[in-house]
Design a protein around this ligand. Structure first.
Ligand SMILES: [Zn+2]
Ligand SMILES: [Zn+2]
Length: 178
């Protein structure tokens, strides 16, 4: 793992600061890396698809990297807008495999999105699991077949709720080799 690397959480548009602080604290516990919370960036209008009423995540990843500048280290983008890639209805996040940047969307992680009563704890747990999962990809990890492992692919939120926020033994080993 790149333990000495610089790392930043960059939020695009409005995101509650408490969530960012929570993510930063939890990411430190899991990766031993301090993620500094940067000032927010505007969401580029060009990433919005008015037909789908969603934002295309891949150009947002490039935008995050471009704006942060070369050699700025690890970047976790956080956005509260619904993301998509052309092949899928939506994505919870996207990452560069073995790269530098990842992005997660908070929009579909809240109970309210599904017309349910809000639950902050559930929302926060989902957010950290998605963040750890995408950062796992940045560190070169692929999806894991262990449903409890954070690298398990979440087809739906029930998958996210079942898995833990940590890596299984196999995935941890792969991380340590890096
Ligand atoms: Zn994944
Ligand atoms: Zn695993």
């Amino acid at each position: 793992m790149k333990v000495n690397s610089k790392a930043y959480i960059i939020h695009l548009g409005n995101v509650e600061r408490d969530v960012l602080l929570f993510l930063s604290k939890e990411l430190y516990e899991i990766f031993g890396i301090e993620f500094k919370i940067s000032s927010s960036l505007n969401i580029p209008k060009s990433s919005y698809n008015s037909e789908r009423e969603q934002y295309y995540s891949s150009p947002l990843l490039s935008y995050l990297k471009r704006t942060a500048g070369r050699g700025s280290g690890l970047i976790l983008g956080v956005i509260d807008k619904d993301l998509y890639v052309p092949q899928l209805n939506f994505v919870f996040g996207e990452a560069e495999l073995n790269g530098e940047a990842a992005i997660i969307s908070l929009t579909r992680l809240s109970q309210e999105f599904y017309g349910l009563l809000g639950n902050e704890n559930i929302f926060y747990q989902r957010a950290i699991k998605e963040a750890v999962h995408e950062i796992g990809h940045v560190f070169g990890l692929h999806h894991c077949s262990n449903p409890k492992c954070v690298m398990f692919f979440s087809n739906s939120l029930s998958d996210t709720d079942i898995k833990r926020k940590r890596f299984c033994k196999n995935c941890s080993k792969k991380l340590l080799i890096k």
